[in-house]
Design a binder for this molecule. Structure first.
Ligand code: SF4
Ligand code: SF4
Length: 137
């Protein structure tokens, strides 16, 4: 059996579909964050972005999200090369892990074959989120 794409391709070589499939659906990047200006330490809150479906942990308008949330950051290989910006993603994030030479965890849907495994492993924000500023579509 041949090795999976995330082990054989660089982030730059992945197709759009491969790239998108790396997202485990944890929603840990879809919460308000605070960054210490001096130390660079990033603290994640449990306040969800107004566009997130807090039950499924998926963006409700992913393709047009920047129309509703201009500050939503598009993760790219170039973004991941920047140490500070990469730190805005949680250590569990597949994009960050691969950029840092780490393997995917067993609970990642690409490994488990189950999109719910990220929730079952308590990695996702499911059940923890509040959403005071929900955006109506
Ligand atoms: S932290 Fe990474 S894996 Fe989790 S939702 Fe965000 S981009 Fe996807
Ligand atoms: S716009 Fe969508 S992808 Fe961006 S932070 Fe909000 S919920 Fe997440």
């Amino acid at each position: 059996m041949s090795a999976p794409f995330w082990q054989t391709k660089s982030l730059n070589e992945m197709t759009d579909a491969e790239w998108e499939s790396l997202c485990d659906g944890c929603a840990r990047c879809c919460v308000e964050k605070l960054e210490d200006e001096d130390t660079g330490e990033v603290v994640f809150s449990n306040e969800a972005c107004g566009l997130l479906n807090i039950h499924s942990c998926r963006c409700r308008a992913y393709q047009s999200r920047q129309m509703y949330v201009p500050a939503c950051i598009r993760i790219t290989p170039e973004f991941l090369e920047d140490d500070q910006k990469r730190g805005w993603l949680p250590p569990s994030c597949a994009y960050r892990r691969i950029a840092e030479g780490q393997p995917l965890e067993d609970w990642h849907p690409l490994i488990s074959g189950d999109p719910n495994s990220v929730h079952d492993a308590a990695i996702s924000m499911k059940g923890w989120l509040i959403q005071p500023n929900k955006i109506e579509l």
